[in-house]
Structures are given as structure tokens and as C-alpha cells.
Design a protein around this ligand. Sequence first.
Ligand SMILES: [Zn+2]
Length: 75
Amino acid sequence: MKKISTHDYRVILCPFPNGVKGCVRLDSDDFASIYINQHLTAEEQRKTFEHEIRHLYHRDFSNNSSLADAEERAR
Ligand SMILES: [Zn+2]
């Protein structure tokens, strides 16, 4: 499995509407943007970041697993 380095992603804090903690998107060149809700506490932001990193690690964008499976793994 490919190691993820800080050259592979950037983190953007943004004001998500209620309930959304974060999400991650991959560019066509495999560079990831991790969006974190700026209204979370520092601890929640850290947990959300780790959660989104796990999606990257498991390549949940390109594998065929269901969203439920992907969320279970990333928990
Ligand atoms: Zn998730």
C-alpha cells in the first residue's frame, strides 16, 4: 500500500453546515484536499483529519466497496 506523505494532501478549514465534520476529494493527479469543519473543537478536527486520511489510505475513491464499508473501515 502506498505511503501517504504531506506532499499528497492539503488541509482546508471551512465552515460546513451543521453536522458535516469533513470530507476529502482527490484531484485527477491524485492530490487530495481534506476539508475540515472549522467550527469543530481542535480535538474533533484532529479526529476528523485522521478519519479522512484513512479514506485516502484505503483508496476509498477507486475501490468498489460500498460507502457503508468504507465508513466502517475509516472509523
Ligand atoms: Zn468517512
